[in-house]
Ligand binder design. Sequence first.
Ligand SMILES: *Cc1c(COP(=O)(O)O)cnc(C)c1O
Length: 451
Amino acid sequence: MDDLRELFELTAAIAADFYETLPDRPVYPRASVAELQAALSAPLPEHGLPARTVIAELAAAVDPGLVAEASGRYFGFVVGGALPASIAADWLTSTWDQNAGLFVLGPSASIVEQAAGAWLIELLGLPRHASFGFVTGAQMANFTALAAARHHVLAHAGWDVERDGLQGAPKIRVVVGAKRHGTIDRALRMLGLGAPTDIVPVDAEGRMLAGELRIGDEPTIVCAQAGEVNTGASDPFHAIADARDVAPNAWVHVDGAFGLWAAATDSLRHHVDGADRADSWSTDAHKWLNVPYDSGLVFTAHPDSHSAAFSARAAYLIVDDEKREQLDWNPEHSRRARGFTVYAAIRALGRTGIAELVERTCAHARTFAARLEVMGAEVLNTVELNQVLFRFTDDARTEAALAAVQAGGEAWMSGTVWDGRPAIRISVSNWQTSDDDVERTLAAFRELAPA
Ligand SMILES: *Cc1c(COP(=O)(O)O)cnc(C)c1O
């Protein structure tokens, strides 16, 4: 027991040391691939080592190759950070090691998910009766929601897809926006629905043009989006839901990996107005809610279709309708008890704290946009949420500025191609980002990308 306590104390100290170095360490690591390989690649060990040695050596060897995604000056992709309560809950999740596939394997894990699920439905303004599942990320949330959609529209067409598969099934028309996230295509591929061909054109911010959307009589799934990854823009949900309402057999899915969190605020909710009218939703807890990876969430307005797609009751599984059996709502069987971290994050912030986190990060994004324009940058999106897309007038300057800031280590953000030309995107989604972090990042641009 003493050894175990020492190991856990050592681990907590390494974690605290890591956080203490965040203000000073380069946001992007400088170690080369060869250096990391030299420190970590070795012949298969023949004999074991004490756990404390393993952890001390592992932490020392990986440190030079860690990206400081936990830093308030990491603005790449849309990654969020991890709230202290949520990190601690994550450690305990590993310690408790509950298998969250079935109630019998962990009553508390199941009940925490029920509690957190109810909180999330209220926070995100979804229908009270919505079903939910705790998955790895928005990729699997999209997959899960679209599996429920596939069941639903085929059942309406008189086809049992769980029993008979897709061979000989009525054709499903899948409608997507031109600026959908790539995980929609991967989800459709895994579901045997192939690559989407029915692509609705979008406006300059990546929003579906509602006038171009047609839903006919055939079984149809529309994949809409809350929060385009470059611009933060959301599709016109009311128009999409209106079109669905007059169609005989259509389902609307909303990929809201980060954008759906606008619904948790009073000041930004209008950007996702009408999203609650959809049939299913995906979002991430590991982005804007600042829960550690991996944590995604799926919701549907049709619990029967959701569970029909996943329920896998074998004889040995203990079934009791009073208790939530998580595998009825998830593609996984055995899995991590993901509810604990989400529960801890929501409990630590409360409804007002979550709204404040979302609003504060959006305010930082607006500061970035205004100050970058003063520096001669062209901001390419309307900064509705937390995403800032910009470039300098000269493409070479855009590329040089991004490379210099990335290499300088003061901050990190990703590049992208927008309208065929290089652009830089800043995503503010970490609870840690402070006014000082914004100033330090702007100073890096001023110094490294002078006009
Ligand atoms: C990040 C993101 C995804 C994918 O989410 P993962 O958590 O990486 O699986 C899907 N859609 C949108 C709009 C995203 O921003």
